[in-house]
Design a protein around this ligand. Structure first.
Ligand SMILES: [Zn+2]
Ligand SMILES: [Zn+2]
Length: 156
């Protein structure tokens, strides 16, 4: 699936919060960590790191929940104040980045993950494609995931 034209728009379930992504993401991967499982209510969550300046909120009011990871890193989770749809995270350790939840884009057919992280806590019935960039836990760096995305789509 080729990349679409940017900007791409997205938003929450009730329509109050709308946002625009003005440039392609740095990558897309699945996270099988237990926090993502709990917070998504699913076996894994899709994560899409983008540069902060490329994610523009157009409307609506958000609410913020601050989560402290096992590593001690603090992450703000940004949701629609009205319907609760979580749309992106703000990692306070890397303020130049946002982690968008790609299922909130109006069209995410082009968002095919290039890897998996925290595969050691994946559900036993989830099959991991060994050809992708996979990590048993937290990757020491996301560069290999970004490189796989660039190789697939060209430089962002
Ligand atoms: Zn909403
Ligand atoms: Zn996770």
């Amino acid at each position: 699936m080729p990349l679409p034209k940017f900007p791409q728009q997205g938003g929450c379930h009730c329509g109050a919060v709308r946002y625009e992504l003005t440039a392609p993401p740095l990558g897309v991967y699945n996270c099988h960590c237990t926090d993502c499982q709990k917070m998504s209510g699913a076996a894994y969550a899709m994560s899409m790191p983008v540069r902060t300046e490329t994610l523009v909120q157009l409307s609506g009011e958000v609410s913020i929940f601050e989560k402290v990871a096992d590593s001690g890193r603090r992450v703000q989770m940004v949701s629609c104040a009205k319907c609760g749809t979580r749309m992106w995270n703000v990692p306070l350790s890397s303020p130049e980045m946002r982690t968008l939840r790609p299922g909130t884009l109006d069209d995410f057919s082009w968002v095919e993950p290039v890897g998996n992280i925290w595969t050691k806590s994946r559900m036993p019935w989830i099959e991991i494609d060994a050809a992708l960039v996979n990590y048993e836990g937290q990757p020491p760096s996301r560069e290999p995931l970004y490189a796989a995305w660039s190789a697939k789509h060209g430089e962002a």
